[in-house]
Design a binder for this molecule. Structure first.
Ligand SMILES: *Cc1c(COP(=O)(O)O)cnc(C)c1O
Length: 370
């Protein structure tokens, strides 16, 4: 199925996705549910294709960041429950119309969502209560729980289907003590809520690194994003996973450059001797940002490393191919294969999450079936 490319593409390997799904499943108990996080176009891949494949594999739940992402999944025919992690009140009617489940993280969201659910005649509409256990991003604090109970006791339009929180540093062993405190706080707050509610909600806390590093905290469900796409924030974990994405392009043109000549905008690179350069049809508008330019990062051609030289342009970048046997039209790999995304990302002083979610929608996605 893998064919040589003739343009810039992000290949998405659904076989690798299935492999990662099975590895993640093997780390959690049989009764623990798996929520696949497919926000931001499936971490820059293709959310619909990822969600379809994971549905086939038996995933229990999906999560997205925003309402529009959940609606897109519904339009693609995804029928599993979908949690919207960060909904805004303007979207509450759409959430209900599309059978999406909101994360309710503040008094404002709780009050407004109840109002909308009542207006639309809902009974026991499922919501996930988000607790702040130390990330201080979204969620109720412990001292707000009585307020939450007050709202809930006055309506039957919503039902707390789940209670969840998010770990701040599950990949960082130096913050182990903090993470254990977060887990304890979650347990304590969740048990208060369980005591109040008529039926037991699902509890979920762990993201990918949480699944690997704190298996004792998997509760009723785990939420995995980056792991499904093939990365575990740790070289040891990465060994067991398979990156699903490979970003490829081709050589558009080759130049022979003489000593002293410059390459690219602002003449940022000057040849120190006779050299050969190649121009690639991918630039910062595609998500290969300027931070990778000026030899910070490089690409692979026929197994050889070729540094990016000069400033990355909007639609192109130039590489040094001196001494590399290659020709116009040859395939070039930016990340995947010989250079996994975390390695490429590190050269630009960032992380795999930012690199892969930043590949713009202009880049064609090619799905590789299992
Ligand atoms: C994005 C996100 C996740 C997924 O995290 P990974 O590290 O990619 O597994 C889980 N939970 C919440 C609340 C998130 O925002």
């Amino acid at each position: 199925m893998i064919q040589k490319t003739r343009e810039t593409v992000l290949e998405i390997d659904l076989g690798a996705l299935a492999h990662n799904y099975r590895i993640l499943r093997s780390k959690i108990g049989k009764d623990v549910k798996m929520m696949a996080v497919v926000k931001a176009f499936g971490y820059g891949s293709d959310a619909n294709e990822i969600a379809k494949k994971l549905s086939e594999l038996g995933v229990d739940y999906f999560a997205v960041a925003y309402t529009s992402e959940g609606i897109a999944l519904r339009e693609a025919g995804i029928e599993k429950p979908i949690l919207v992690l960060h909904p805004q009140s303007v979207n509450f009617e759409s959430i209900i119309e599309n059978c999406l489940e909101p994360s309710v993280y503040s008094e404002f969201v709780l009050r407004e969502f109840i109002k909308t659910a009542e207006k639309l005649g809902q009974k026991e509409y499922p919501i996930h209560l988000k607790l702040n256990t130390g990330l201080h991003r979204l969620g109720f604090d412990e001292n707000e729980l009585d307020l939450v109970f007050d709202y809930l006791s006055k309506t039957n339009a919503v039902k707390v289907k789940a209670v969840f929180s998010h770990l701040a540093a599950s990949e960082d062993w130096k913050e182990r003590e903090f993470t254990l405190q977060q887990i304890n706080k979650f347990r304590k707050m969740a048990f208060k809520i369980i005591e109040f509610l008529p039926s037991r909600p699902l509890l979920h806390l762990c993201n990918t690194s949480g699944i690997f590093n704190y298996p004792e905290a998997s509760f009723d469900m785990v939420r995995s994003g980056i792991g499904l796409y093939g990365f575990g924030n740790d070289p040891e974990i990465d060994k067991d996973l398979k990156p699903i994405g490979t970003l490829k392009t081709i050589i558009s043109q080759i130049h022979e450059v003489e000593k002293g000549e410059s390459i690219g905008y602002n003449r940022a690179f000057k040849a120190s001797g006779k050299m050969k350069t190649a121009t690639l049809p991918i630039g910062h508008a595609d998500g290969i940002n300027r931070q990778y330019g000026n030899e910070k990062a490089g690409v692979f051609i026929n197994g050889n490393y070729a540094p990016i030289i000069g400033n990355v342009c909007m639609d192109m970048l130039m590489i040094d191919i001196t001494g590399i046997d290659c020709k116009e039209g040859d395939e070039v790999i930016l990340f995947g294969g010989p250079q996994p995304a975390p390695e490429f990302a590190e050269k630009g002083k960032t992380i795999s999450y930012e690199l892969i979610t930043g590949i713009s929608q202009r880049v064609k996605r090619r799905i590789i079936l299992e």
